[in-house]
Design a protein around this ligand. Structure first.
Ligand code: FAD
Length: 338
């Protein structure tokens, strides 16, 4: 249930693993707060969303004198994964492709990742630049991570929502014990166990053996977003602003020295600068070029000057990629886009 004007509360989401009526409390914007209560066997939907029930449930956590309920609904937690995510011209995304209980907070996140992975592929298809392999790589990339999030959400639910006395006793002993080690506690409380997707088996070029491990490790990962300035001086912008919206090659010429090539344009040199992201974050790839996809995942890591190998590897999926990067005669150096 979502409450309005819920007053001051904890600024973070909390799981109340009480073994009798497990609950989750999530702060929202502008004084909103969401409560999630597990229904027990025999409780029915209509009764549980009545004003009296809501008062009784929420009253355990806050003052209910001036309760304002925006909405209350009963959901059934599901763990489902579509067996196929593509049928011809149709791609499945979001809850249509995967359903998971909300305990890891990953349902919408997974859907947004699907949308980001599907959108640029559809755009390429509209421009007639794709092979079947590109559309098939959507499921190859997204399904494994979505499946992992479904499994993880279910496991978290089994721990935090348990009403089994033995499971509760074990959990209540184990979690505080794990918290004794600050690193383990931080790992738990900041949900570091949620692994970021790595698309190195979808639209990605296998790295050749002479690319060192720390550079190769960037393959399939979301590109970091340091602040940059044009090499010849100018305003600080985000790397994304220089990369544009389509594919781009990003060469790491030296520590903090990047060269960005967008389709049909000559390279633009920029320098990374201190900001919210470590300016040396891409230095692991000095001497290499990264092929950055429109969704900002890294599709290839090759030695500088070896783009051709990536074009060859991606020819089935993106037959026109090399042509996109052919520099037209009479082109000039681009400034940084704003
Ligand atoms: C209690 C709860 C808490 C959650 N908490 C989190 C969280 O903290 N973090 C998180 O990431 N996710 C969370 N989720 C999950 C998240 O809400 C969903 O994953 C997300 O809303 C799914 O978005 P969607 O667009 O894929 O599907 P939906 O939101 O279901 O949208 C589908 C839309 O399609 C419409 N539609 C259906 N059939 C048709 C049709 N035939 N023609 C036209 N339109 C149609 C529907 O009306 C609906 O508007 C939570 C879910 C619940 C229930």
């Amino acid at each position: 249930m979502d409450l309005l004007d819920a007053g001051e509360g904890e600024p973070y989401a909390s799981f109340h693993c009480n073994g009798s009526r497990p609950a989750v409390v999530v702060p929202g914007v502008n004084g909103r707060r969401r409560y999630e209560f597990m229904l027990l066997p025999g409780e029915d939907e209509a009764t549980m969303v009545s004003a009296d029930s809501i008062r009784a449930l929420v009253g355990e956590y806050q003052d209910v004198e001036r309760l304002r309920v925006r909405r209350a609904a009963v959901y059934t937690a599901q763990q489902r994964l579509a067996s196929r995510w593509r049928e011809g011209r149709v791609l499945l995304a979001g809850d249509a492709a995967h359903l998971m209980p909300p305990f890891a907070g990953q349902g919408l996140n997974a859907g947004l990742r699907d949308a980001a992975a599907a959108a640029w592929r559809v755009a390429e298809a509209v421009h007639g630049r794709v092979g079947e392999a590109l559309m098939d790589s959507y499921e190859a990339e997204r399904k494994p991570h979505a499946a992992e999030m479904v499994r993880l959400s279910k496991r978290i639910g089994a721990v935090v929502m348990s009403t089994n006395p033995l499971v509760c006793a074990l959990r209540d002993a184990a979690i505080p014990a794990l918290g004794v080690a600050p690193r383990v506690k931080a790992w738990l409380t900041t949900m570091k166990f949620l692994r970021q997707p790595r698309y190195h088996r979808g639209l990605a070029v296998p790295v050749v053996p002479d690319v060192p491990g720390h550079a190769a490790d960037l393959l399939g990962r979301a590109l970091p977003q340091p602040d940059v300035v044009p090499a010849e001086g100018g305003a600080v912008v985000k790397l994304d602003d220089v990369l544009g919206r389509g594919f781009a090659w990003l060469a790491v010429a030296g520590p903090g020295e990047l060269s960005v090539t967008r389709p049909g344009h000559a390279p633009v040199m920029v320098r990374t600068v201190a900001g919210t992201v470590d300016p040396g974050i891409l230095d692991a790839a000095v001497g290499h070029e990264l092929l950055v996809r429109p969704d900002r995942y890294v599709a290839a890591v090759v030695p500088i000057g070896a783009r051709r190998s990536a074009y060859t590897s991606l020819a089935d999926a993106l037959p026109g990629l090399a042509d996109q990067f052919a520099v037209p005669s009479g082109s000039h150096l681009l400034g940084v886009t704003s």
